[in-house]
Design a protein around this ligand. Structure first.
Ligand SMILES: Cc1cc2nc3c(=O)[nH]c(=O)nc-3n(C[C@H](O)[C@H](O)[C@H](O)COP(=O)(O)OP(=O)(O)OC[C@H]3O[C@@H](n4cnc5c(N)ncnc54)[C@H](O)[C@@H]3O)c2cc1C
Length: 404
């Protein structure tokens, strides 16, 4: 491990999937010959959203930019072994092309699915609308009497190895020269309209040409170190793992990719995972939580998850919870969408925050975009500027409506 230098061209605060993606795209750019330091306070990632996520990717968003970001991520996941090869190790993310299926329970929900479907297909996504009898045909164990429509992604959607995505970016970035250090950024120095460096918990003062805020649910805390406010809060989400006792088709069959990631009209979602399933519900109460509070809300299983699933399929009437964990969405309270790019007050302090529950799949495009801003001063591939800080400052939402 090389010595920590006194200054770097880019210092990244947070070394999970977003920070690692920024480090990778910077160091992969032939026009970048600068130095990169990525600071991570907990390299076990035990509480990082990245490690606690449902690890899924979809094209079924309401916002075309989000559709396109996921389409790019799908390509990156496909090509990951080639892109991230280090010393002959070719990380494969074990992508399961299970698809997503959103279910509508009334005409209003059906209209939303239809609107979103237009956006998605205009972007080239392979999403189809299914009438209730078609849902029953494709997924015979589901009860469809109360459904009005479904939207099903036939390609480009599924789930994959979440920590593998993080580690692949991180290892490749290191191999390409990024310096990764286990420490915590506790202060950010400013001089006028620029940030000039960071202070670490270990006491080191490090100069910086650019600072990138990739601190996930702690993003507002990091922004405050530079005297800025952003509307990003940690919001708790509990994920439950369960197994089925019996199933009309046999438990094994239900799990052999026959059920996509299904989003019930109630908002409860579930998807196959190993020999069982994982599931979660949108919480009834959704306050900001303490950054250290990872106590699962166990009551959501009996109160929300199980009733919704049991009503949807006989296979889910007798189920047993085998595990539960809580993670934090970095929730953008303005419009449930990412904030990417600089702050007009501080041109060399860049944000990649507020992903509101879909940042794993947005990491490749967000990391690439931030690197483009730093190296080239503008977006060269996907234009992420609608997701910039300006709309936050003017209170003009750039919304994503399909937040799970
Ligand atoms: C339950 C749940 C399910 C999800 N499901 C999905 C999904 O299916 N698909 C999807 O695309 N997204 C999903 N997400 C969202 C996704 O996980 C996040 O958007 C994404 O992981 C954000 O990555 P990040 O690097 O910004 O944040 P994190 O993974 O939280 O990483 C931030 C890192 O910054 C470090 N850090 C913070 N402050 C400092 C500091 N001052 N100094 C040094 N280090 C610091 C932290 O230790 C942490 O490692 C889910 C999230 C949750 C919680």
């Amino acid at each position: 491990m090389s010595e920590l230098r006194s200054s770097y061209d880019v210092v990244i605060v947070g070394g999970a999937v977003i920070g690692s993606a920024v480090a990778y795209y910077l160091t992969a750019d032939p026009d970048f010959d600068g130095s990169v330091l990525m600071v991570e306070r907990d390299p076990t990632y035990i509480h990082a959203s990245t490690a606690l996520s449902a690890a899924s990717i979809r094209t079924q968003f309401s916002n075309p930019l989000n559709v396109r970001m996921s389409q790019y991520a799908h390509d990156v996941i496909r090509d990951f072994p080639d892109l991230m090869e280090v010393d002959g190790h070719r990380p494969d993310l074990a992508f399961q092309a299970g698809g997503y299926m959103f279910l509508a329970g009334d005409e209003a929900q059906a209209a939303i699915l239809q609107d979103n479907h237009e956006v998605q297909t205009a972007c080239g996504a392979d999403v189809v609308l299914l009438e209730p009898d078609e849902i029953a045909q494709s997924f015979p164990h589901l009860r469809v009497h109360d459904l009005t429509l479904a939207s099903y992604g036939r390609r480009g959607e599924g789930w994959f190895d979440n920590t593998g995505l993080l580690q692949g970016f991180r290892n490749k970035a290191r191999a390409q020269g990024a310096h990764v250090v286990h420490d915590e950024v506790v202060g950010i120095a400013r001089a006028g309209a620029r940030v000039t460096g960071v202070r670490l918990a270990s006491g080191a003062e490090i100069g910086a040409g650019h600072v990138v805020n990739a601190s996930g649910p702690r993003a507002a805390r990091t922004a405050r170190m530079a005297g800025l406010e952003i509307p990003v809060e940690p919001r708790k989400r509990t994920t439950f793992a369960f197994i089925c006792e019996t199933s009309p088709e046999g438990t094994a069959q239900v799990n052999e990719g026959r059920l996509p990631l299904m989003v019930d009209p109630s908002g409860v979602y579930c998807r196959p995972e190993g020999a069982g399933f994982i599931a979660a519900a949108p919480p009834k109460d959704d306050p900001e939580v303490d950054a250290e509070d990872f106590e699962p809300r166990y009551d959501e299983f009996e109160a929300l998850v199980w009733p919704a699933l049991a009503a949807r399929s006989q296979a889910f009437e007798a189920i047993r919870m085998t595990n539960a964990w809580a993670g934090h969405y970095a929730y953008n309270t303005l419009d449930h969408n990412m904030i990417v790019g600089p702050h007009p007050e501080l041109e060399n302090f860049l944000f990649a925050n507020g992903f509101s529950g879909h940042g794993l799949q947005q990491a490749p495009a967000a990391g690439r975009g931030v690197a483009e801003l730093i190296v080239h001063g503008r977006y060269r591939t996907l234009d992420l500027s609608p997701a910039g800080m300006e709309r936050i400052l003017t209170g003009t939402p750039f919304p994503e409506r399909a937040v799970i």
